[in-house]
Design a protein around this ligand. Structure first.
Ligand SMILES: Nc1ncnc2c1ncn2[C@@H]1O[C@H](COP(=O)(O)OP(=O)(O)OP(=O)(O)O)[C@@H](O)[C@H]1O
Length: 254
């Protein structure tokens, strides 16, 4: 599904937090959202997921305005993994992941073996199958993060929105989750602080003080000049002698 944001504005108590954001992510693309702390990445993802209503502008999935759809229809297409999602309920890992199937269940469409298989697959995808019966509150931060990604995968969305999905993960799980996400045949928007990870996206966009100030191919966007101006760091790019890929190295900009 194509996801489009048209002239999005959002404000809290009169303070503009998103200003004239325009964005199109083509079906199947992985779009990385980068930007300093407080630049508006989470705010944008919440608008794209339909959790917050824009003050102006609109979000479209394919050519359908998001605001014209019921919450259940949105949930059948879009999944959001938030940064600080939590639950106080006494639930197991499997039960949390199974919540991803909720938008598809009804009196006429009760829980089925297919749902069970989708949940099992999602647990494997995030490497949590061995902990399926563990209680949520006993999990570490990274394990919780993987369970939330599992819930989103169980939702089998056509558009997956991920807000810094790797910030609690050890390096092995960072790499495996990013690889998994990139291989999904769906539209993905992922906010990332690790700019070397962002380089692996199909396209990236840079947020700065509520505006999407640049978007395009990672190598064209994450230039030393941009890193200095927007992120306040000096960077240089070196070629990895093993695979020839370009890697960024950062130093303080004083
Ligand atoms: N409900 C709110 N009330 C007031 N200010 C808010 C609210 N939500 C977000 N903000 C502010 O809006 C700005 C953008 O926040 P947002 O969480 O979207 O940034 P971000 O780019 O995701 O940041 P980070 O990289 O730190 O996660 C921040 O300055 C934040 O303090």
């Amino acid at each position: 599904m194509r996801l489009t944001a048209e002239q999005l504005d959002w404000a809290v108590h009169g303070t503009p937090l998103l200003i004239d954001v325009n964005l199109t992510v083509e079906p199947g693309q992985t779009f990385g959202l980068v930007g300093p702390n407080g630049s508006g990445k989470t705010s944008l993802l919440r608008l794209l997921a339909g959790l917050n209503k824009p003050k102006a502008g609109r979000v479209l999935i394919n050519s359908q305005p998001l605001h014209s759809l019921k919450q259940r229809a949105i949930a059948q297409s879009i999944a959001l993994v938030e940064q600080q999602a939590d639950t106080t309920d006494r639930v197991t890992v499997r039960q949390v992941v199974a919540l991803g199937r909720t938008p598809f269940l009804s009196a006429l469409r009760p829980w089925s073996e297919e749902d069970e298989a989708i949940v099992t697959r999602a647990l494997h995808d995030v490497d949590m199958h061995r902990m399926a019966d563990r209680l949520w509150h006993t999990l570490s931060g990274g394990e919780r993060q993987r369970v939330h990604i599992g819930r989103a995968l169980a939702q089998q969305p056509k558009i997956l929105l991920l807000d810094e999905p790797t910030n609690h993960l050890d390096i092995r799980h960072q790499l495996s989750i990013l690889e998994l996400v990139r291989q999904l045949p769906i539209t993905v928007i992922i906010s990332l602080h690790d700019l070397n990870h962002a380089m692996e996206c199909d396209r990236i966009g840079v947020m700065d003080r509520g505006r999407l100030i640049d978007s395009g191919l990672p190598h064209d966007i994450l230039t030393p000049n941009r890193l200095q101006q927007t992120f306040g760091v000096y960077a240089h790019v070196i070629d990895d002698p093993v695979d020839g890929k370009q890697v960024m190295r950062f130093r303080n900009a004083v």
